[in-house]
Write a protein that binds this ligand. Structure first.
Ligand code: G6P
Length: 608
């Protein structure tokens, strides 16, 4: 993970580098650091903790510089500490920042130790600084040293490096970890994410795997994996127009929960017309490809996989296609058999999740008919490497716990289920029914958000517990899993989800007055069975909170029955997600946790 940023400019860059780090804190926030070239020396500042601590140090020391690199870290090798924070240096000469993992770091460290280099951190990254210096000392240029170093490195990396002997240039390199150049006025920038430099430019150049580039305040030059100078396309993106402030909300997560009616509207806008979904909304030719699809494989991580598991039900019931779902981190290791005419669907908010990208790259070697991604970031690696894509248009999601990204993924996946059905010329009436329901979904979400007051009544009862169980059946089981994930991510309460029918096969043993049970009970053919499952909990003294269709009645000894707004059954998973998000948020607020940046987590997980 981690976020890296670099700048070569005609003005002071310290402040803009730190501002960029703030924008990338979602990538990691356990320590931060900066290296600033000052002609005769390099100022090197690092702090344990969040970027604002580094900022305080900068304000106190006021280092001036026109060339610098900076980093915000999510620890992989070595605990969060000042010594392990980037930039790492070699003999006060070469300073580097790194995002990714160097898999053969132990061998390379051994080699460098034998060459007389001493290590001051436990990271895999520090060796990059020493390796660059090792090659520089042999008389190579920085460009050649970077290529020679790259030859040695196995794993994933985005690197930015500066040399004390050169006060004009910063060298950057990319392999499997995202890295781009920002074209500024009298300055060139590099970062892991356009968000970091979106206030400074709207022209970006996305590096490809194997690329190395040299940046000065006047120009940049890109070389490909073979060291041939290449031109890469300049992409215009207006990031400054995208809202990345909290507005009147206490947290980004809170803001993002309440943005969901608009976000969903943006997902479906321009993609449905009349009584059906429009053709080719996943890219030119997608409707024709969909005619041939006979099977679907979904891969994703975390919340995005929960969306995939809901969609697997839709692909079965609406598109009539058998669908398999896998954790992206597991998919490659089960030697998957790929049937003819299978479509690979990846789902990722960021489009940079290393496991999902690795699964896509693996799948491209298999005989898939085509690959398609559901993503919120059009410029992401996943979007660029997939045959077809649809963007959820949720706007930037900053809170680490995913909310609007999830519900918009569900809306986009529903569009995919409908498109597949349309291409396969099946279920026209059902398609019309779902399109009508999709159109009123933003209003139904707005109504659901009004449940906040009721949720505020139950939040204190859950906030003082150590565990919670979430129950759902069928298409609601992944929603129960998402509810449990949200609660544990931000409130640190241990939470698990079960299909309600599984309760009696083990977890019932956990039920007592200390174990709140949160159940999802929409009107469905299995509603009665779910109510019976809940009776089993009640009989054992458990406290039950049920989000239920108004037709469901239950006599609860303790807990609460909360009536949900009505909506087409196929879209109810989206609606039932909303109160679970609000509940997690309010519980975390009562427990005083760091809601937008929960401990140990990061939003974009760019390491496998
Ligand atoms: C991290 C985030 C989760 C997210 C998952 C997948 O674990 O904390 O919120 O669901 O990555 O991320 P993606 O960007 O691929 O959807």
């Amino acid at each position: 993970m981690c976020g890296i940023i670099a700048a070569a400019s005609n003005r002071n860059v310290g402040k803009l580098l730190v501002q960029g780090l703030h924008k990338m804190e979602y990538r990691g926030y356990d320590s931060a650091g900066i290296a600033l070239h000052q002609i005769d020396k390099i100022a090197h500042l690092r702090t344990l903790g969040k970027v604002n601590l580094l900022e305080e140090k900068m304000i106190a020391e006021k280092p001036k510089s026109k060339l610098g690199i900076a980093h915000t870290r999510w620890a992989t090798h070595g605990e969060p500490s000042e010594e392990n924070a980037h930039p790492h240096k070699s003999n006060e000469r070469v300073y580097i920042v790194h995002n990714g993992i160097i898999e053969n770091y132990l061998d390379l460290k051994e080699f460098l130790k034998k060459e007389g280099y001493t290590f001051s951190s436990q990271t895999d990254s520090e060796l990059i600084a020493h390796m660059l210096e090792y090659f520089l000392n042999k008389g190579n240029s920085m460009l050649d040293s970077m290529y020679l170093t790259k030859e040695k490195l196995e794993g994933a990396y985005a690197i930015a490096a500066i040399d004390k002997e050169d006060d004009k240039n910063v060298m950057i390199a990319r392999s499997k970890s995202p890295l781009l150049i920002g074209v500024g006025v009298d300055e060139f920038l590099a970062a892991s994410d356009p968000l970091a430099i979106g206030q400074l430019t709207n022209e970006f150049v996305f590096l490809e795997d194997g690329d190395v580039a040299e940046l000065s305040s006047e120009s940049y030059t890109i070389y490909d994996a073979e060291k041939t100078e290449v031109q890469r396309e300049v992409t215009q993106i207006d990031i400054s127009s995208q809202s990345t402030s909290k507005g009147d909300y206490k947290h980004f997560m809170e803001k993002e929960i309440y943005e969901q009616p608009d976000a969903i509207l943006n997902t479906i806008d321009g993609r449905v017309g009349g009584e059906d979904v429009l053709d080719n909304i996943f890219g030119l030719g997608s409707s024709e490809i969909f005619e041939k699809v006979k099977r679907i494989q979904i891969v994703a991580c975390g919340t995005s996989l929960h969306a995939g598991r809901v969609a697997a039900n839709w692909f079965s019931s609406i598109s009539e296609l058998p669908t398999q779902t896998d954790y992206a981190s597991e998919y490659r290791y089960r030697n998957p058999h790929v049937d003819e005419d299978s479509l690979l669907v990846t789902i990722s908010q960021s489009g940079e999740t290393a496991d999902t990208l690795a699964a896509l790259r693996y799948a491209k070697e298999k005989n898939y008919l085509s690959t398609l991604c559901i993503c919120n970031v059009p410029t992401s690696s996943l979007a660029r490497e997939s045959d077809y894509s649809i963007f959820t248009n949720a706007g930037p999601e900053i809170g680490v716990a995913s909310t609007k990204a999830f519900t918009t993924q569900l809306a986009a996946l529903m569009l995919l289920a409908l498109s597949l059905a349309k291409s396969r010329k099946i279920n026209p009436k059902l398609r019309t029914r779902v399109i009508t329901a999709l159109r009123s979904l933003p209003d139904t979400i707005q109504e659901t958000l009004k449940l906040k007051d009721t949720i505020l009544e139950i939040a204190p009862e859950i906030a003082n517990k150590d565990n919670a169980l979430f129950l759902g059946r069928g298409i609601f089981y992944p929603i129960a899993k998402e509810g449990a994930l949200k609660l544990k991510e931000i409130s640190y309460i241990h939470a698990e989800a079960y299909p309600a029918g599984e309760l009696k096969h083990g977890p019932l043993a956990l039920i007592d007055e200390e174990m709140p049970v949160i159940a999802l009970a929409p009107e469905s053919e299995i509603a009665e069975k779910l109510v019976s499952n809940l009776e089993e909990v009640k009989a054992r003294g458990g406290t039950i909170y049920v989000f239920a269709d108004p037709s469901i009645t239950m006599d609860l000894k303790s807990g609460k029955l909360i009536n949900m707004p009505k909506c087409d059954f196929l879209l109810t998973p989206i609606i039932y997600t909303i109160p679970l998000q609000i509940l997690s948020y309010e519980v975390a607020l009562l427990r005083g946790t760091d809601i937008d940046q929960p401990r140990n987590l990061a939003k974009s997980v760019t390491v496998e």
